[in-house]
Write a protein that binds this ligand. Structure first.
Ligand SMILES: [Fe+2]
Length: 351
């Protein structure tokens, strides 16, 4: 069978897979990651594929899934196991069911253990194991809904009983490989050498692993379909423009500056040092006091904060409020100071 296959690996070893049927041009993405949406879109376009589904092998706790966002952007159904708590999962599948993508048949294998909603996808000569089976490892079982007993069954009475030649494409890869085989994992995977249930369970329970970065944010986003902080910042940054520090510095030196600088930090930070002439309006009071502080909506306003993030969000808010010429400083006051640009001290209202 002719398939189109792209493995997309990103930082922290997360793997996602774009799979397509050559004859029908239908495609699916398994475990898409939020920062790679354009990549999947570009690959699908390059291959002449039309995506039919996005699938999460489980509720991820260590990175941001793109399924919800891709579903909304491209009008695609999200496939997850029926135990998934994500309210946006449209197709809730279970063990033994088959998802049809053109002429491809993707068989669902329910494999709880890493999470209660973990599944693997078997297609032809390969299996997409999510975090159930990794190259030289297994998914951890100490995160919410993990269970080493269940993982034992999913592995030893499920995945590992497949044809030994089956290719293994996991959800994470921490070494310089693209895939492995069931045979190789059975022979070399250290965790799988604990073949007795009690030994395996004990070993999994004894693992003392660090909590993943962004655990609470990943779970919040992946379980609710809400947005990540990085996503909110990227969305704001995509609809505002920026002004360089050099440009701002040059403009405020003029006799009649043609910009109004807006400092959206807290009062103490402003008093300790701000850009000369800056108007003070903390982000938390922006909507409520904007009429009082900024009387001219046609004025060019340059918003800044300490690191350039809050100012980007605040600029997007000002745009929403009708300040069409609001722009954000490219960078924050921290860098402004480090680069030796002018700063003055004093409380608001005395500048
Ligand atoms: Fe995971």
């Amino acid at each position: 069978m002719d398939i189109i296959f792209h493995q997309v690996g990103i930082e922290r070893g997360c793997q996602s897979y774009l799979i397509g049927c050559k004859s029908s041009c239908a495609g699916i993405v398994i475990d898409p990651e939020l920062s790679q949406i354009e990549r999947y879109q570009a690959l699908a376009a390059q291959e002449g594929l039309v995506l039919h589904y996005v699938l999460d092998t489980h509720t991820h706790a260590d990175h941001f899934s793109a399924t919800h966002e891709m579903a909304a952007r491209f009008d695609l159904p999200v496939i997850m196991h029926r135990n998934s708590s994500a309210p946006f999962a449209d197709m809730r599948v279970d063990d033994g069911e088959i998802v049809i993508v053109g002429e491809l048949r993707l068989k669902i294998m329910y494999t709880p253990g890493h999470t209660a909603d973990s599944l693997c996808v078997v297609m032809d000569d390969r299996i997409f194991t999510g975090d159930t089976l990794l190259i030289g490892g297994t998914g951890r079982t100490d995160l919410p809904s993990g269970d080493p007993d269940q993982l034992y069954d999913s592995l030893f009475n499920g995945v590992l009983k497949l044809d030994p030649a089956t290719l293994v494409y996991p959800g994470h890869i921490y070494i310089n490989r693209t895939h492995s085989t069931i045979e190789e994992e059975l022979a070399k995977n250290k965790r799988l050498q604990k073949r007795e249930r009690s030994e395996f369970v004990e070993h999994m329970r004894a693992l003392d692993m660090q909590m993943p970065q962004h655990l609470t944010e990943s779970l919040r986003v992946n379980m609710s379909g809400g947005r990540s902080i990085a996503q909110m910042l990227a969305e704001a940054a995509a609809r505002v423009s920026f002004m360089s520090m050099d440009e701002v510095s040059h403009r405020i030196e003029a006799d009649q500056p043609d910009i109004t600088l807006l400092d959206v930090r807290e009062r103490n930070a402003y008093t300790e040092g701000h850009i000369p002439g800056a108007v003070f309006l903390p982000r938390g009071q922006l909507e409520l006091r904007v009429n009082e502080i900024l009387s001219d909506p046609t004025r060019r306003i340059v918003v800044y904060c300490d690191f350039g993030k809050i100012s980007t969000l605040a600029t997007a808010t000002l745009q929403d409020l009708g300040f069409g010429r609001a722009v954000a400083l490219d960078g924050g006051l921290k860098t402004w100071k480090e680069q030796g640009y002018a700063v003055e001290k004093g409380p608001p209202g005395e500048t």
